[in-house]
Write a protein that binds this ligand. Structure first.
Ligand code: TLP
Length: 340
């Protein structure tokens, strides 16, 4: 099976499995797991922040961030296609009790002017604007890299009004590798950042939330409330350390494979996409010949997994467990299904 549904399907490497087996552990709720502490320090250091917090998933990281930054009845400005808005099961409303102000971005990018116009007046009728959320790379925008300059613009607008910025950096290292700009430069344009260890970086579980030390202390309390206080979590943190130390640079290979896949796909009948827009490991294409659900099912039956992505589109994601050879094979199968 060639699984292009997501980079979340990646399996831990041999080195990760060994590190899990050998991890030095303690009770992390007491702050006594040395491996978790090392991972949190490493992530904070790589992103230029004071402290880190291991969380169970990207969703938990983003939701802990909303809960820590906001109070119920306040408003969060974000992009209309962002993960927090589209894919977190309404958690922002269900848990933090915040209202979301979703703005249409240009391939995921919001401008400073858009954000400035969306910030609420200090008026008794209005929900106070409590937070701006950005996402880099932007999943629904096809893995687009949000330019550093755009992040800077938004950060300045927010900072000028005393509003913090949270970055959903589930795939921030993809942005860093593609743009050759260090992840900490992007992180410097946000107050808090969530990074995923379990996507292209290949770790089996976990994300790290980073930010100022007092803020992380409060986030730790929210993680506990959500049932995310874990015990001998060093077995999860150990492969996370390998993810950050050894798996970042190789993301370039996934990006080359995605671009190649996009170029070949664009030559096939029925697939509409601009390969030049594929900057990282996600390829989103419109398919026009028959319903995408049929395409997905036929491919599945022939050993290729992709996902329907709404509005007649499909998403194909490259990662460490698909080689160039797998991509070639997948393309042959896609061609035979699309032209049958
Ligand atoms: N995205 C998953 C699905 O939930 C759609 C995927 O397959 O791409 N932020 C961004 C930008 C994400 O893409 C994801 C996962 C998350 C947060 C949430 O991470 P998890 O799945 O660990 O909760």
């Amino acid at each position: 099976m060639i699984d292009l549904r997501s980079d979340t399907v990646t399996k831990p490497t041999e080195a990760m499995r060994r590190a899990m087996a050998e991890a030095e552990v303690g009770d992390d709720v007491y702050g006594e797991d040395p491996t978790v502490n090392r991972l949190e320090e490493l992530a904070a250091e790589m992103l230029g922040k004071e402290a880190g917090l291991l969380v169970t998933s990207g969703t938990q990281g983003n939701q802990v961030a909303l809960l820590t930054h906001c109070r119920p009845g306040t408003e969060v400005i974000l992009e209309r296609e962002s993960h927090i808005f589209c894919y977190e099961a309404g958690a922002a409303a269900a848990l933090a009790g915040v209202q979301l102000c979703a703005l249409p971005g240009r391939r995921g990018t919001l401008s400073g002017d858009q954000v400035a116009a969306a910030v609420r007046e200090d008026d008794i009728h209005a929900p106070p604007t409590a937070l701006v959320c950005l996402e880099n790379t932007h999943n629904r925008a096809g893995g687009a890299v949000i330019p550093l300059a755009a992040m800077e613009e938004v950060y300045q607008v927010a900072a000028g009004r005393g509003i913090p910025v949270h970055l959903d950096g589930a795939r921030l290292f993809n942005a860093a590798v593609a743009s050759k700009i260090p992840a900490r430069e992007y992180a410097a344009r946000a107050d808090t950042v969530q990074i995923c260890l379990s996507k292209g970086l290949g770790a089996p579980v976990g994300s790290v939330l980073v930010g100022p030390a007092p803020w992380i202390a409060e986030a730790r309390r929210w993680r506990k409330r959500l049932g995310g206080g874990m015990r001998q979590a060093g077995v999860i943190a150990a492969p996370g350390i390998i993810a950050l130390q050894e798996m970042v640079d190789r993301l370039a290979e996934d990006h080359q494979n995605a671009r190649y896949l996009a170029e070949r796909l664009a030559e096939l009948p029925g697939f509409l996409l601009d390969p030049a827009e594929v900057e990282t490991n996600i390829v989103v294409a419109e398919f026009t010949l028959f319903p995408v659900e049929e395409l997905v099912a036929s491919l599945e039956a022939r050993g290729v997994r992709i996902i329907a992505f709404g509005q007649g589109k499909v998403r194909l994601t490259t990662h460490k467990d698909v080689s160039r050879q797998d991509i070639e094979k997948a393309l042959q199968i896609i061609k035979s299904v699309a032209t049958s």
